[in-house]
Write a protein of this length. Structure first.
Length: 175
């Protein structure tokens, strides 16, 4: 009987600790979301750099993506020979992010630009534009000290050497 009382007391202490911890965390998250920067068009962007689909494998390559446009972007890395994207990342308007731990391989890069990303449907609700980089990226990591690092911009850059092509929504969605 005494051990049952003690077990009940521990349960109460644990519940009190969880409630005492979870409520402040929930309040903090709500505060962060409510104070999140608002885009020029009045919408709240998804959090920059959120990895929507992470790599399954681990590597040493890096890819820095700069989005100098007034639209948010979703960027997909598609490994050659694979039917689906290996990694998908969200880059908010006028922001940049860096993908690390890119495994060795040759990747196509496709992207969508738009406003009001819907995480449920995996689509933008407004101003959708789809593109792809014409040349694939080849990541090689012969050792920890040697790895491939790329930097891409989703906006035109004077003197830039990467060409892009417009693609249809179904082509982007296919990955």
């Amino acid at each position: 009987m005494e051990s049952q009382k003690r077990g009940g007391q521990w349960l109460k202490v644990l519940a009190t600790l969880l409630v005492g911890f979870c409520i402040p965390v929930a309040i903090y998250i709500a505060y962060c979301i409510s104070n999140q920067e608002v885009n020029d068009n009045g919408t709240r962007p998804f959090l920059n750099g959120v990895v929507l689909i992470p790599f399954i494998d681990f590597g040493h390559g890096t890819l820095e993506i700069e989005n100098g446009t007034s639209n948010d972007a979703v960027v997909k890395l598609v490994k050659r020979g694979e039917p689906h994207a290996s990694c998908v990342v969200y880059v908010s308007a006028r922001n940049m992010t860096k993908i690390t731990s890119v495994p060795q391989g040759v990747y196509s890069v496709v992207f969508a630009l738009g406003l009001r990303w819907n995480g449920n449907t995996q689509r933008f609700r407004e101003l959708k534009w789809f593109g792809r980089f014409d040349d694939p990226l080849q990541f090689v990591s012969p050792s920890l000290a040697e790895y491939t690092a790329y930097s891409l911009t989703l906006h035109p850059v004077a003197g830039g050497n990467a060409r892009t092509s417009v693609i249809e929504a179904w082509q982007f969605d296919a990955y």
